[in-house]
Design a protein around this ligand. Sequence first.
Ligand code: MG
Length: 173
Amino acid sequence: MISPKIQDALNAQINAEFWSAYLYLAMGMHFESEGRSGIANWFKIQFKEEQAHAEIFMNYLNSRGGRVVLKPIDEVPETWASPLDAFEQTLAHEEKVTSLINNLYALAEAEHDYATRGKLDWFVSEQVEEEETAQQLIDRLKLIGNDGLALYMLDQELATRVYNVPAPLAAKE
Ligand code: MG
């Protein structure tokens, strides 16, 4: 059985992961409408990954005999000034998610819930990757500046990104 405190915190994290999914879906739709289909593809895959993160937490909460409570998802922005703007907001958002994961980790330790702490290890590493990827794309977009051809080439490259089921979910299926 899981403590009510950890259950509430996991439900809050599930909501945060769905909000992330919604944010990236909105970005995907925005860039689709702007004719940047590669960048849109990148964000649509990000959307699927965030849904998978929520699913991992939901499966885990159920496996511990807890109860998943799905709260309303807050509104997300609709437009971004440029691809650079969207990736800067992605990085800022992922930094926030990292601190949420760290807080959850600290709570699991304080509550002596080592199963939950262990489950969070994968998310700790995942956040390092999320921040690194966003930072790399920001760096490249800064180099690209107003170079239309370079931006076109990056868009083509991001069109090749494919979705891979995250390991903890793949293990469950
Ligand atoms: Mg996530």
